[in-house]
Design a binder for this molecule. Structure first.
Ligand code: FES
Length: 140
């Protein structure tokens, strides 16, 4: 089990740049655990079997979030909020390997793993802590 670290989040940026683009799909196999955490069944989300795959979901605690497969490692994922850190507009995939904050947002661009590429936002899409078990990803 690995928690997402800032270093891991940033180091994934370079690897993500070369990925093929896979449009995000809605997550399935999602359940709320007794401790309030959210479990995503990885077997039920085949998009996450491929590096560059993305699923999106909406959680009460965070709003819209994305889970991105960032490497073939069993813990190779990024999880982050889709609300732009500039003014909160929900970013969309841009078709070229990242996310863009379209109007009414102000054009910030982010790598597929959420790292900041172009402002006016001054930080990455907000990472969310998670752990990976054998067949599930647990969002804190
Ligand atoms: S809200 Fe995203 S760039 Fe302003």
């Amino acid at each position: 089990m690995d928690a997402l670290t800032r270093r891991g989040f940033l180091c994934g940026s370079a690897a993500i740049a070369a990925l093929s683009i896979t449009p995000a799909v809605a997550a399935t196999g999602v359940k709320t655990l007794a401790n309030g955490k959210t479990e995503i069944d990885l077997k039920a989300n085949s998009a996450l079997n491929t590096v560059g795959g993305v699923v999106e979901l909406d959680l009460k605690k965070y709003g819209k979030i994305a889970v991105v497969r960032t490497s073939k490692s069993s813990t190779g994922f990024s999880v982050f909020k889709l609300a732009c850190p500039h003014a909160g507009v929900i970013v969309k995939q841009d078709g070229s390997g990242g996310w863009v904050c379209k109007p009414p947002g102000h054009g910030s661009e982010f790598a597929l793993n959420g790292a900041l590429k172009v402002g006016p936002a001054s930080s990455a899409l907000k990472p969310i802590k998670f752990t990976v078990k054998s067949q599930s990803l647990i969002i804190s």
